[in-house]
Structures are given as structure tokens and as C-alpha cells.
Design a protein around this ligand. Sequence first.
Ligand code: ATP
Length: 235
Amino acid sequence: MLEVRGISVNYGGVTALRNLSLSVAEGAIVSLIGSNGAGKTTTLKAIIGLKSVVRGEIHFDGKRVEALTAPQRVAHGIALSPEGRRVFPQMSVADNLLIGGYVRNDKADRQRTLERIYQYFPRLVERHGQMAGSLSGGEQQMLAIGRALMAKPRLLLLDEPSLGLAPIIVDEIARIITEINRDTRMSIILVEQNAKLALNLCDQAYVLETGAVTLSGNGKDLLASDYVRRAYLGI
Ligand code: ATP
């Protein structure tokens, strides 16, 4: 459903991605792992349209999307839960979620999606009237994912959902990501520095180093790879 073909992205004179290609099948979880600055976030920004590509093509559902704006890509079915959560701190949990559904006109359908999100994240029901800025880190992460889900995407981009969270919360979020993928067959790209988590959850994974893909394969094979174990799992 997503084909990224040979994209390059620059920040000013600095090349952040060079000739990067990856693909995501319908219903698959695809993980991107790599160290700080490898280009994982930039890859997601290029896919959602927050960063333009200087070279290459991005095909979503058979259509080229590089020329579309980010809101247009959201309307086509791609949504991003950004690194660092970026919830609107002065707005309630419920309003943060409603903002995520702004691209959809069908009010009844939006309401059904909201109810579904509350089923995945019961903690958000308890906190629905509370200001988002007063939530715990884990709850804010759940809210950021829920807000992206409100757009009812077919491809969900998750940037570092485990960042800074206690292991027990990471487990809970991992379980919910798997559940969403299983229930809805939504495709997911998961960017993670926690390589163990990312490789355990995914069908397919790519290793990024200095803006390029250096290795790819299914999660189990990469978990067993000596190189990945040494470089990313500390084993
Ligand atoms: P992290 O895990 O630390 O978030 P990452 O793999 O997501 O890293 P990116 O954030 O995509 O990496 O960064 C890729 C490269 O682009 C890095 O060299 C980074 O310094 C550079 N870069 C990222 N954002 C900017 C920016 N706004 N301006 C200039 N350079 C940037």
C-alpha cells in the first residue's frame, strides 16, 4: 500500500535521507530502527508531507503523493503520531481527540471512531475532561495515538511511542498497537529506538544508518542477526 522509492531529503545543505526505499504491505507492521540522527523521523515526515523530498517517489494506494500537502495526505488515509507526543496541553483530552478527526465530515462516523478509541484506551475515558498537559507521559502517548486514529487512517505512522515511558506502560502501548493492527488491519510504520520492542512487534523491519537503509528483513530474522544484536540490542 506504501512504496517509497529512492527518496532523498535535505535540511538546508545537509542530506538527511539519501536514496531511501521501503515498502509497507496492506495490514503490515513495519518497524524502522536506527540510532539518533539516522533519519527515522525524517522518513515519517517525508511520508506524511511535513518535509519535501528532493528526489524519489512516494506511492500510496497506487497514487503518487509527493506533491500533496500534509492535510491532503491525511485525507487520503495517512496519519502521524509525532515524536514527543505534541498534544495540545491547554485543551481537554476529548478536544485533542476531536481535532484529530477534523478531516472527516461524517459526524456519526467520527463519534463511532471516538468510541472505538476510548475502548482501546480506557484511561482516556476517565480523563476525557482533563487538560491534556496534566496527563502522565504514558497517557499523553495514548492520546497522541488516539488523535492520529481519529483521522481513521489506513496507514498509521508512530514516532517513538515508547520514548521516556516506564516498561509497564510500554508493554500496555505495545499490546494496544498489536490489537489495533489485528482488529482493523491498519498498516503501521513504527519508528523506535527500542529495537527489541520494534522487532518483536513487526512483520518487516528496516535498519537506517546515516540516512540510508543498510539492512531489512522480517523482525524475527533481524532479531537473530549478529549485527543487529551487537549494534542495537547490546547483546
Ligand atoms: P532520533 O532518534 O534522534 O529522533 P532520527 O533517526 O529520527 O533520530 P532524524 O530526526 O530524522 O533522525 O534526523 C536525521 C538527520 O537530519 C540528523 O542528522 C539530524 O541532525 C538532521 N535534522 C533533523 N531535523 C533537522 C532540522 N530541522 N534541521 C536541520 N537538520 C535536521
